[in-house]
Design a protein around this ligand. Structure first.
Ligand code: AGP
Length: 608
């Protein structure tokens, strides 16, 4: 998630912008930049931007003193690797317009092509740069009008701020899907992608909604929709302290990121389809997708659990044999490779040493590798043959949540695309399943609304020393992830087991009061799963069913029920995992543990 900071007023803009960007550093970024209006006889826009940390800018800012208008940016790359030229702000051909942007311009490729034909020179690989050249194209002495015309032709998500050398009394901003706030001062105003950036200056903010546009001067903020119709906004009085503000008002990053999942899902879905069907043809792997005889999905931890779901989805939809393995084991197998094999590695950070080593081994064998990662320019993204990015934004909590659900989404999208390439599904089936993915964010929202009930469950069982997570098929894969979440953050021993396997040994561990979390979303397996649950109940276990609402009756014998919306069993993992994330979170909170930074763990395991 990129950071945006802008200032207009009577004070030096640079220190205010710099400090505002520093307040957003916690979100993670790979490059930074600032653009200011430099007054005087030869008025101009001053611009400095660098790959790396914000501090890289310090030595280049000294001649920007006296500027009272500027915008700045910390970049979380989505298009174009981290580099000086891909850093924001971006300028138009004349250097008179500067823009910072957070989001994804979905139709940037065709816009870029057209603008180049019209004579615009592009210097970066970013989607953002099309915004600056469009504003330049439409500029006729009104930055406001030029930005409005630009918004009429771009598609995608954006929070943007633009300044023009010829109009040094304003910042023009617009918001669609990515966050943007306006801080209200006395004779000065601020724009930012998040409240922490402006909290030391003001606690009065406008929180922009989608399709809102504003012209911000030192003394006035005029808010309209993209067309120009006035919008009546209430001022939001921020009561949070800075630490709370960085977490968006949540107590921990983990809970914030659990609640960010609907937006992360929407952001990852954006631009993945053409005419209602998934389009991954840009990967240039269609021939291999067509003929591969086996797919290896290799990852670690939560990413591995996403791979387990991916395997079931790909086998079911595309009818391709899939092997899954944890990377640290995969590397020591004597794999019987076939030249047409395909490896898929999944990694939120893109830096996990074991996963990188498995990728390198496959490439040594001449095997093509497709990476699924959340970090543009990461080692795994660079070393793989092709990459599909999740767009979960920075994931700060060690326990992975929104990365997992967006990895699941990419697995489903890939399974659908493979099915189309191999002709194992017809057009109606492909479009039907894709359309179900388009509203899965609303189903996640429904489950998030159960938070209070799940919190009560955690209060009830916070004292336990061990738990089981059971399921069959897709539910078993989700049980694995639920157990890991609980272990990671609450330090309670949690074992995930195939429901049908318990009686082959682990049943001996069941005794009175042991909580058993049971996933029950696979309609065709509910009877068998219930018979396994009767076995554990008979031995004193407390069974908590996470079940689809249409299966509620079958689960009545369970001691507790967390209901999920009725959903295609194939897609159930995306909603089934949510209660387990929330349960793990509150179990850790009840036990007064460091939820975001659990003992012994790192966010990215870059050692083997
Ligand atoms: C998940 O909650 C853990 N933090 C951990 O298992 C993680 O998924 C694993 O280390 C893999 O990390 P990666 O996705 O960055 O490769």
């Amino acid at each position: 998630m990129c950071g945006i900071m802008g200032y207009i007023g009577r004070h030096d803009a640079v220190p205010i912008i710099y400090e505002g960007l520093r307040r957003l550093e916690y979100r993670g970024y790979d490059s930074a930049g600032i653009a200011v209006y430099r007054p005087g006889e030869k008025a101009s826009l001053g611009l400095v931007k660098r790959q790396g940390r914000l501090a890289e800018l310090i030595d280049h800012l000294e001649d920007f003193s006296g500027s009272t208008l500027g915008i700045g940016h910390t970049r979380w790359a989505t298009h174009g690797v981290p580099s000086d030229r891909n850093a924001h702000p971006h300028c138009d051909c004349s250097g008179r317009i500067a823009v910072v942007h957070n989001g994804i311009i979905e139709n940037y490729a065709q816009l870029r092509k057209q603008l180049i034909l019209e004579g615009h020179d592009f210097v970066s690989e970013t989607d953002t740069e099309v915004l600056t050249h469009l504003i330049e194209k439409y500029y006729h002495n009104s930055l406001e009008a030029a930005v409005r015309q630009t918004l009429a032709v771009v598609r995608g998500s954006f929070a943007l701020a633009a300044i023009h050398q010829n109009e040094p009394d304003k910042i023009v901003v617009a918001k669609n899907a990515s966050p943007l706030v306006i801080g209200l001062g006395e004779g000065e105003n601020y724009v930012a992608s998040d409240i922490p950036a402006i909290l030391e200056h003001t606690r009065k903010v406008y929180i922009l909604d989608d399709n809102e546009f504003a012209v911000v001067t030192a003394d006035e903020v005029i808010i309209t929709d993209f067309i120009g119709d006035p919008v009546d906004k209430e001022v939001f009085d921020v009561t949070w302290d800075l630490v709370a503000a960085e977490k968006g008002g949540y107590e921990h990053f983990m809970l914030k990121e659990i609640h960010e999942q609907p937006e992360a899902i929407r952001a990852t879905l954006r631009g993945t389809a053409v005419d209602g069907r998934v389009d991954f043809s840009y990967l240039g792997m269609d021939e291999l997708f067509q003929k591969t005889g086996k797919i290896f999905i290799v990852a670690c931890g939560t990413a591995y659990h996403a791979g387990l779901v991916g395997r079931l989805a790909i086998e079911k939809l595309a009818r391709i044999p899939v092997e899954t393995d944890i990377a640290s084991e995969f590397r020591y197998r004597d794999i019987i490779w076939h030249p047409d094999d395909l490896m898929i590695v999944i990694s939120q950070s893109g830096e996990t040493a074991d996963t990188k080593a498995a990728l390198q081994e496959a490439r040594r064998q001449g095997i093509k590798v497709l990476a699924v990662t959340n970090v543009v320019g990461s080692a795994i993204a660079r070393e793989a043959d092709q990459v599909i990015y999740t767009h979960a934004g920075p994931e700060i909590a060690v326990a992975s949540t929104k990365a997992y659900t967006t990895q699941l989404l990419v697995m489903y999208l890939l399974a659908l695309y493979l099915a189309e390439v191999r002709g194992t599904m017809n057009r109606a089936e492909l479009e039907g399943l894709y359309s179900e993915l388009l509203y899965i964010d609303t189903l996640v929202d429904q489950v998030l609304a159960e938070e209070a009930k799940i919190k009560q469950l955690a209060q009830k069982y916070a004292h336990v020393q061990s738990t089981f997570f059971l399921g069959r098929g897709f539910d078993y894969a989700v049980a694995m992830e639920g157990a890991l979440k609980l272990k990671e953050v609450s330090y309670i021993h949690a074992e995930a087991y195939a429901a049908g396997e318990l009686k082959h040994g682990p049943l001996a561990l069941i005794e009175s009061g042991v909580p058993v979390m049971a996933l029950i979303t696979q309609d065709h397996l509910v009877d068998k799963t219930m018979s396994n649950l009767r076995e554990v109940k008979a031995r004193g276990a407390v069974v908590v069913a996470i079940c689809k609402s249409n299966l509620q009756e079958a689960c009545e014998e369970c001691d507790e029920q967390i209901l999920l919306p009725d959903i295609n069993p194939l897609l159930a993992p995306i909603v089934g995992v949510i209660p387990l994330q929330i349960f793990a979170y509150y179990m850790a909170v009840m036990r007064c543990l460091d939820v975001d930074k659990p003992r012994n763990l790192a966010k990215s395991v870059t050692v083997e």
